[in-house]
Design a protein around this ligand. Structure first.
Ligand code: ATP
Length: 268
């Protein structure tokens, strides 16, 4: 797996919204192909704005976003916290939607849809309706819908934020497995430092007002990341480092340790 070729490069990006809010100020960041990069930071620091700008949803006030030689904005898929499924359509038809919109005949699209459903473990639920699915299954359907477009870049905006801890942890493992198979470049927004450290080979810590990068932490631990990794000293050290940098970013010093695996996982 190459970690050397730039996939997306942000250079001195500034984003001010029409109401004057400066969401991002002088943000520079290079994401390499096949990296799994998480963005963490306090509410309002511009994480979603970064993803939206990468996706071409909105204009930069200044600076630039460039795509590497082998990846392009056309090859990206976006997964949101809200699975945003059409309630009147079956899981199969929901997952088929991007291909239908791209003009593919149903008969040609169906094998791709079935493969995506298989990859996320929803084969048996193709004919179910969203109301019949759990929160985790809805999110799997949403990921399958992203998969059918065969993206090389996956932008994920707090995809598991609304899920319980056990479901989140299972989906974390599944996403890592898909990532290792597909070699996507992933940019993942989360409020959960444990999730960020578990998944990523890089965690970018941002601060707010204005939104900017304050730390770029390499998570130098091998994949596959097993359950043992979650209880290892190395994992806890990385979580502590990210937490410390976040506390600095939020100008709130933690007075008590929050790293125990038995305590609730902190969110920001
Ligand atoms: N369309 C908009 N118009 C005006 N201001 C906006 C708009 N979208 C976002 N903002 C502001 O820009 C800043 C960054 O917002 P953004 O949603 O990118 O932050 P975030 O880090 O993703 O927040 P959260 O973690 O709460 O989702 C915030 O101050 C927000 O209020």
């Amino acid at each position: 797996m190459s970690l050397e070729r730039p996939a997306i490069t942000l250079t001195h990006v500034r984003k001010a919204y029409a109401n004057g809010t400066v969401a991002l100020q002088d943000m520079s960041l290079t994401i390499q192909e096949s990296q799994f990069v998480s963005l963490v930071g306090p509410s309002g620091c511009g994480k979603s704005t970064v993803l939206r700008l990468m996706a071409g949803l909105g204009t930069l006030s200044s600076g630039s976003i460039e795509w590497g030689e082998h990846q392009s904005q056309r090859q990206l898929a976006f997964v949101f916290q809200d699975a945003a499924l059409m309630p009147w359509a079956t899981v199969l038809d929901n997952v088929l939607l991007p291909l239908k919109l791209a003009g593919q005949p149903r008969s040609k699209a169906l094998p791709t849809v079935r493969e995506a459903l298989h990859l996320v473990g929803l084969d048996r639920f193709a004919q179910s309706y969203p109301r019949e699915l759990s929160g985790g299954m809805k999110m799997r359907a949403s990921i399958a819908r992203a998969l059918v477009t065969q993206p090389s870049v996956l932008l994920m905006d707090e995809p598991f934020g609304a899920l319980d801890e056990i479901t989140r942890s299972k989906l974390n493992g599944d996403v890592l497995e898909l990532w290792s198979q597909k070699q996507w470049t992933v940019v993942f927004v989360t409020h959960n430092i444990y999730e960020a450290v578990y998944l990523s080979n890089r965690v970018i810590v941002m601060a707010a007002r204005p939104g900017r990068v304050v730390a770029d932490i390499a998570i130098d631990a091998p994949y596959p990341r097993t359950e043992e990794f979650r209880t290892s000293a190395l994992y806890n050290e990385y979580c502590r480092e990210v937490q410390d940098r976040l506390s600095e970013a939020m100008e709130v010093k933690q007075s008590t340790p929050v790293y125990s695996q038995v305590s609730p996982r902190p969110s920001i």
